[in-house]
Ligand binder design. Structure first.
Ligand code: NAP
Length: 279
């Protein structure tokens, strides 16, 4: 992976940070996207301390609105003439309803619309850098998602236990359409459930928060779960693997709930409109 440019969103913490570390160990030129400058700088500093040869840039960007996501894409296009790998890792488990300036629920924005936008806006740069790969970090919980396009994007059906799954389902629903558009372009796209691991995802205050923290202590660290996404992004034997959904290192079919072609088409259209892209 020497000098191959790999963009990792949400790279300052949890799984993203472990992915950045592993890619830097493979001598890639890693672009860590962090929404917080200090958290990002601290992470880069720590990773470079343990690996002085690491080549990690920090790009500060918030994926919580359409405008800031577009700004991130522009910044990446301005700074990197080649982009070989895009790992859409940033994610949230929204425990309370938050609506952004676009009128969109934050889980829908961060988990679905932001990666959807980055995939479209960086597509030509990825094609020009081919062979290139997009890896969407999914979550097996998508199977529990229920998407109502008149409600889910706007948080009208918000539920602290269900919205995460529904927004992750949105992203998986678009995978076959994204794969079809990229077919033959030299850019592959795949999605992966990395396994369950201990991170800040869904952290909350109060007794339930403490209970979850205790439960999560028995889960493996993110470093263990980074192995499969890094393999998907780098392994030579996966150069032609395209449009697949992986449960860790096993390619499995999408669940029936994610094979609703009509809903996927409608979601694609809506996502295009919401993100002010042209289809
Ligand atoms: N944890 C699990 O067991 C599990 C299981 C399956 C899938 N996943 C998926 O793995 C991915 C990583 O999650 P994690 O568990 O590592 O969670 P995490 O520790 O909370 O890390 C999430 C990362 O996303 C960033 N992020 C959140 N909102 C953002 C925004 N608006 N703009 C830019 N960055 C934002 C976070 O930034 P801050 O540090 O600033 O908050 C952080 O860097 C997610 O897509 C998640 O759905 C996790």
């Amino acid at each position: 992976m020497t000098d191959r440019v790999c963009v990792v969103t949400g790279g300052n913490a949890g799984l993203g940070r472990a992915i950045v570390r592993a890619l830097a160990q493979q001598e890639a030129h890693v672009v860590m996207v962090s929404r917080d400058k200090v958290r990002g700088e601290t992470a880069v500093q720590e990773l470079c301390q343990t690996n002085p040869k690491a080549h990690i840039d920090l790009v500060v960007a918030d994926l919580s609105t359409v405008a800031t996501t577009r700004q991130l894409a522009q910044k990446l296009l301005d700074c990197y003439p080649r982009i070989h790998v895009l790992i859409n890792n940033a994610g949230v488990w929204p425990t309370r309803k938050e609506i952004n300036a676009d009128g969109l629920e934050q889980g829908f924005m961060v988990n679905h619309l932001a990666p959807f936008m980055l995939n479209q806006l960086l597509q030509d740069r990825l094609k020009a850098s081919a062979p290139a790969r997009i890896v969407n970090i999914s979550a097996g919980l998508y199977v529990n998602g229920r998407v109502d396009l008149s409600k889910t994007p706007y948080g009208h059906d918000f539920h602290p236990m269900h919205t995460y799954a529904s927004t992750k389902l949105c992203n998986v629903l678009c995978l076959p359409l994204e794969a079809a558009r990229l077919a033959g372009s030299g850019v592959t796209i795949n999605a992966i459930h990395p396994g369950v691991f201990n991170s800040q995802l869904g952290a909350m205050r109060g007794p339930l928060g403490w209970l979850m923290k205790l439960v999560k202590r028995s889960w493996p660290p993110p470093e263990q779960s980074a192995a499969a996404p890094v393999w998907l992004a780098t392994a030579p034997e996966l150069a032609a693997t395209h449009g697949q959904y992986f449960n860790e290192k096993e390619a499995i079919p999408l669940a029936e709930v994610a094979q609703n072609a009509e809903l996927a088409q409608q979601l694609w259209q809506l996502s295009t409109t919401l993100s002010q892209l042209t289809s």
